[in-house]
Design a protein around this ligand. Structure first.
Ligand code: PHE
Ligand code: ZN
Length: 878
């Protein structure tokens, strides 16, 4: 089947024809929408001297009604059509192409192209959805201005939106009306958008630094009007930040955000008309947690930032996806760090990265930041492209320093404005402004897998020298057996064991201060620090200065010492995580060997110090009190033993709670807030600290703690506290408390889909053995639907993250997931391909589970698969 053939980066050719202007007319109706297109086409200069070149357009699931070139209808033998393309055999150098097609939005469950969601029409075109709307050269290096007329029923579709500015509107016969939109900025088809529905808006204004007056609108269903404040405020902050930080200003008079309930991803940066998953835009203190508020802020910013990093400068081809995504994630991370607690933002991002991206890089779907082939590009919207891409941009920022990096960014936006660029273009600008040779650095883009660094150090008392040896190695990944040495910047300090202070460092006779970056470029390198007054403990990879695994044979005393004295907040946190990991590893071994578990007192004492000491950053403290997740612990194990990990982590949590009950209780009580809810850093910090403390106390099912949790739930002050309390009760063994709370919550919020998503997730992530039965039961719930991606993620996705229950040794968890994947393969291939991920990680488990997981993968493979699921399954079973 041709759809299963890979596309290769090395096959890239400029398009034979380009489109300079695109005129579209949509006559909307549920199952028979008419799309009329007039394309202004001309031969691409790169192909000027070639002979007759056919015009090949993409098109899928389109019923062609009419086709004409320069007004002349084509005869049947003048063009050819298959299920993915339309070819016109002979065309002039420059011409008008007219087509008319019919499409069926109501039948579109894949949510790619034009579809319906809660009665409204909306589009999703990235990466290759536009070809389900009209025949077109659907590739990002074809950029055109657009003029779009949308026609719909006045009563059911009073609002008709598209990219750019509205230029005309009016009434039509049969109670229909139209609006015409013009987008003056040339754009690729993946940035096209249309929305039509019964929507209400909130409106605000923003004046850009050069004085352009911009109207800002957030469009939602009427019942959600009270949930838009935070998104609007975040948008204004993001616009200002991008002006101040990157000198980037908005370039249209209107900027719109629309919330839709059925959406495959978080949100989409369509020019002037961002479309959001309602979960990524709507917030209210009673329906959204602090984490959700922060997520909305960062996604609103992310999509807005794409206006420059993605839209004004776009990607030449989809292999360059990280050019826009890695850079834009780096920009949104920096924005969130500037707006909230910077150290906590880094800790959260790195925790997620080291758990999920490392797992991806170690699994069968591992790929470089710039892949060299794909079957289905929809499978490459990954943590590697996004988050590892952002880490690589962060390394560039650190290598150049902010000022040069900013100059490189200015050069990039200026030189490539209005163009479709490559990763070489971006890195080239950085190299040009700085004079740095980034040749070796470029391997970060082409080499998959996580580099592992083994570090060893020795203090020579006689010479007052510290010798540090670093070795790098990247394990083979699919298709890449041999790895080159990468350029790895390691930010570090040497902390004096006597003084507890960062020592002044001298390398090769040169003083480098108390915090420096050493550059590992070889497989093995040796660094000598001279003139050290005292023996140090090294603090390596400060701030997670490179996306690598770094091993150093720290003793527990060293880690306890760094936890107290490291001047780098990130590494203080990391020292605590490493210390907890050492204890957890002992306990995992004890559990496996059936030996009595004994708690490491050093961890208890470290926690006591944290709980009773002074703190100026409660948010960081809350992170320090959080144990590594089961998923993170699993990442560190050669063979994952889900039960031992769960038992060990529970044991540590309970031991800490028994030993430090009063301390946790004091922290809980000291962090109650009376003030009205606000999603601001200080309040968020207090709530997270309080709720972490409560989680320890409920872990031992302390009566007083259970009643505090119950009271916190009943007080109904804000969703952060309510959800936290409900989760603790539901994940305890006390069904007598959990059941009534769940019932009350479910009844109270049955009208609110986003709250119901949380209600589903809380139940199916409980560690008790009935979790799987609950999933089956809840799949029949009237508020559940396999057609809604948020529901699938909230119920099925959340269950697959419930490690002890998903990995049940009877295989029932795997079976449930594969049943859903098989169903979704027909309805929504993109979501199906994502959902199957946990099964693809089978190599990490014991033999019995490996066999069970592989059997489910084989069962899926026997189906008639979409390219999306096919590609993932083939890699997983290769
Ligand atoms: N480009 C979107 C973003 O990152 C993500 C997306 C991809 C949305 C594909 C929909 C489809 O911001
Ligand atoms: Zn993005």
């Amino acid at each position: 089947m041709s759809a299963m053939q890979p596309t290769y980066l090395h096959d890239y050719q400029p398009p034979a024809y380009r489109v300079t202007h695109t005129e579209l007319k949509f006559d909307l109706s549920s199952s028979a929408t008419r799309v009329t297109a007039r394309l202004h086409v001309e031969r691409h200069p790169a192909h000027q001297d070639a002979g007759a070149l056919p015009l090949v357009l993409n098109g899928e699931q389109l019923t062609l009604k009419r086709i004409a070139v320069d007004g002349e209808e084509l005869e049947a033998d003048e063009y050819a059509q298959d299920d993915a393309t339309l070819t016109v055999h002979r065309v002039p150098e420059s011409f008008l192409l007219d087509t008319e097609v019919e499409i069926d939005p109501a039948a579109n469950t894949a949510l790619s192209g034009l579809y319906q969601s809660s009665g409204m029409f909306c589009t999703q075109c990235e990466a290759e959805g536009f070809r389900r709307i009209t025949f077109y050269p659907d590739r990002p290096d074809v950029m055109a201005t657009f003029s779009t007329t949308v026609i719909g029923d006045r009563a059911t579709l009073p609002v008709l939106l598209s990219n750019g500015n509205p230029v005309e509107s009016g009434e039509l016969p049969d109670d229909r009306h139209f609006v015409t939109w013009e987008d003056p900025h040339p754009k690729p088809s993946y940035l096209f958008a249309l929305v039509a529905g019964d929507l209400k808006k909130v409106e605000d204004r923003f004046t850009t630094q050069s004085g352009r007056d911009v109207t800002l609108q957030v469009w939602v269903e009427e019942e959600n009007l009270s949930k838009t404040d935070h998104a609007m405020a975040s948008l204004k902050r993001a616009m200002k930040w991008d002006e101040e930080t990157y000198g980037r200003e908005y370039d249209l008079d209107l900027f719109m955000i629309v919330a839709v309930n059925d959406f495959n991803m978080g949100a989409m940066e369509n020019k002037g008309l961002n479309i959001f998953n309602s979960a990524a835009v709507l917030t209210h203190p009673h329906t959204a947690t602090d984490a959700a508020f922060q997520r909305v802020e960062s996604i609103v910013a992310h999509e807005y930032f794409h206006n420059w990093s993605g839209n004004r400068v776009t990607c030449r081809d989809w292999f360059q996806l990280s050019l826009k995504e890695g850079f834009t994630v780096f920009r949104d991370q920096s924005f969130s760090a500037d707006t909230n607690s910077a150290p906590v933002k880094r800790i959260e991002d790195v925790s997620m990265f080291r758990t999920a991206q490392f797992a991806e890089d170690a699994g069968p779907t591992a790929h470089p930041i710039r892949p060299d082939h794909y079957i289905e590009i929809g499978n490459f919207y990954t943590l590697t492209i996004y988050e590892k891409g952002a880490e690589v941009v962060r390394m560039l920022r650190n290598l150049l320093g902010w000022e040069l990096f900013r100059r490189g960014s200015d050069l990039y936006f200026e030189r490539l404005d209005g163009q479709a660029a490559t990763i070489e273009d971006f890195v080239g600008c950085m190299s040009e402004v700085s004079g740095l040779d980034l040749t070796q650095f470029m391997h970060w883009y082409s080499q998959a897998g996580t580099p592992e660094i083994d570090a060893h150090g020795e203090y020579d008392y006689a010479k007052s020298e510290y010798h540090l040896t670093l070795r790098q190695r990247t394990a083979p990944t699919p298709g890449q057996p041999d790895k080159v040495a990468l350029h790895i910047p390691i930010r570090m300090g040497l902390v004096g064991t006597k003084s507890g202070q960062d020592l002044k460092m001298t390398v090769d006779g040169e003083s480098v201060g108390t915090d420096t970056v050493i550059h590992l470029r070889e497989y093995e390198q040796h660094f000598v620090f001279t003139d050290l007054a005292e023996a140090p403990v090294p603090s390596l990879l400060r701030g997670f200065s490179a996306p690598v695994k770094l091993r150093f044979p720290y003793g527990r005393e060293d880690l306890a010492f760094l936890l107290q004295h490291d001047s780098d907040g990130f590494n203080r946190w990391d020292a605590g995580q490493r210390l907890a990991m050492l204890a957890l590893e002992d306990l995992i071994a004890a559990h496996r060997n059936g030996v009595e578990k004994v708690m490491d007192v050093r961890v208890v004492e470290a926690f006591r110090t944290l709980l009773t000491g002074e703190t100026d950053d409660k948010a960081v403290l809350a992170e320090m009190l959080t144990l590594p997740s089961e998923a993170y612990i699993a990442e560190q194990q050669p063979v994952v033993d889900v039960d031992a990990i769960h038992a060990a982590r529970t044991f540590v949590k309970q031991s800490l709670a028994y030993a430090l009950r009063d301390e946790f209780m004091a922290v809980y009580r000291a962090n109650q807030l009376d003030a009205p809810y606000a999603p601001e850093p200080q309040q968020i910090a207090a709530r997270s600290l309080k709720n972490v403390a409560l989680s320890y106390l409920v872990a031992i099912e302390d009566e007083e703690a259970l009643s505090l949790a119950q009271a916190q739930f009943d007080a109904d002050h804000n969703m952060t506290d309510v959800r936290s309390a409900l989760t603790l009760l539901t994940h305890s063994s006390r069904n007598d408390l959990a059941d009534p709370a769940l019932r009350a919550f479910g009844e109270k919020w049955s009208h609110d889909p986003l709250v119901m998503d949380q209600w589903f997730s809380i139940q199916v992530t409980r560690p008790q053995a009935d979790a799987l039965d609950r999933v089956k039961f809840l799949m029949e719930h009237p508020k559940f639907s396999l057609k809604n991606p948020n529901k699938v993620r909230a119920l099925i996705g959340a269950f697959a993250s419930n490690r002890v229950n998903f990995h049940r040794i009877d295989g029932a968890g795997y079976r449930l997931l594969s049943d859903v994947v098989i169903e979704l393969n027909k309805l929504n291939p993109e979501i199906a391909a994502r959902l199957v991920t946990p099964l693809t990680r089978w190599q990490r488990f014991d033999e019995a589970r490996q066999e069970l997981m592989k059997a489910e993968l084989e069962r899926i493979r026997a189906e008639d698969l979409s390219p999306n699921v096919y590609e993932v399954i083939e890699k997983a079973l290769a």
